[in-house]
Design a protein around this ligand. Structure first.
Ligand code: THG
Length: 268
């Protein structure tokens, strides 16, 4: 499972404040703690339209100075910002995201075709509103795969985000997510499935329980990457346990090592 640490996001009030104050210590600490919790990539999102490029640049340079091996997931609605930030990254990361909206593919696939180490998160959005059915998602997925092939980008570099809506407002949302995830992996086994965890629990109390159930359910249906909080020990333990259950962790070696190293918190 590829873990993309979600904490460096201006949508989180404490992070927004740290960005406004240009509080280096706060941001550097959040980066270090997520990497210590085995985040494979750090998602960075400024949440400040207009200053996106400048803020992401600030984070990239500061974090890279501490962690030369760090890999970023560049999370911006503006493809130009993603493109300019890619040049600043010492290591290949993830483009978060493309979709069929606007000129994202035209702007980002040419660079992605050249920079072969970069992975691409593709939202299953076609610009006509939120997808409500599995079939709508599949149409968008197939179009994106075709466009990628035109640029010589193999399916294995694509991480499809089927988009999940709040369980409180969209009762069939999880089943649609799972339906799309299963079908994508059946049709294109090399392609990957990714999701943010927290949309599912929006508007409900005790969100952690719903996020945890979503994570495990989605992993059992082909999700192999998540944008999540790696500092949430229970969630992280769930990832390791689910990997072992799926036969992806021989003799539970990874699970046992993580437990031994207190990755799931103090031993219980
Ligand atoms: N798909 C893609 N990109 C995305 C999302 C997605 N980027 C943004 C978002 N969704 C994922 N990122 C976050 C970041 C922070 C939070 C939720 C989603 C958040 N965090 C709480 C905090 O840190 O205070 C607590 C989290 C917890 O304890 O589990 O709310 O869907 N492609």
């Amino acid at each position: 499972m590829l873990i993309i640490g979600e904490k460096l996001n201006g949508a989180i009030p404490s992070v927004a404040q740290a960005i406004r104050d240009r509080d280096e210590g706060f941001i550097r600490d959040l980066a270090t703690r997520q990497l210590d919790s085995r985040a494979d990539y750090l998602d960075i999102c400024s949440g400040v339209p207009g200053q996106d490029a400048e803020i992401l640049r600030w984070m990239i340079e500061m974090i890279q100075a501490d962690h030369p091996d760090v890999r970023f997931s560049l999370d911006s609605p503006d493809p130009e910002v993603i493109r300019s930030c890619m040049e600043l990254c010492k290591n290949p990361g993830m483009i978060n995201s493309v979709s069929l909206e606007g000129k994202k593919i035209e702007l980002l696939f040419p660079v992605a075709a050249e920079q072969k180490g970069w992975k691409i998160i593709a939202l299953l959005l076609d610009g006509t509103g939120m997808p409500t059915t599995v079939e709508k998602r599949m149409e968008t997925c197939r179009t994106i795969l075709d466009r990628a092939a035109e640029y010589g980008i193999p399916a294995g570099r694509l991480y499809f985000d089927p988009l999940v809506f709040s369980l409180a407002t969209t009762p069939e949302g999880f089943l649609n997510f799972v339906g799309a995830a299963r079908q994508i992996r059946a049709e294109t086994p090399e392609a990957h499935i990714v999701s943010g965890l927290s949309n599912i629990s929006f508007g409900l109390p005790y969100r952690k329980a719903v996020n945890q159930a979503f994570l495990i359910g989605a992993m059992m249906n082909g999700m192999d990457s998540a944008i999540m909080d790696p500092l949430n020990r229970d969630l992280l333990a769930g990832v390791y346990a689910a990997e072992a259950l799926l036969g992806l962790d021989e003799y539970c070696m990874e699970y046992l090592t993580a437990y031994r190293e207190d990755l799931f918190g103090p031993k219980k």
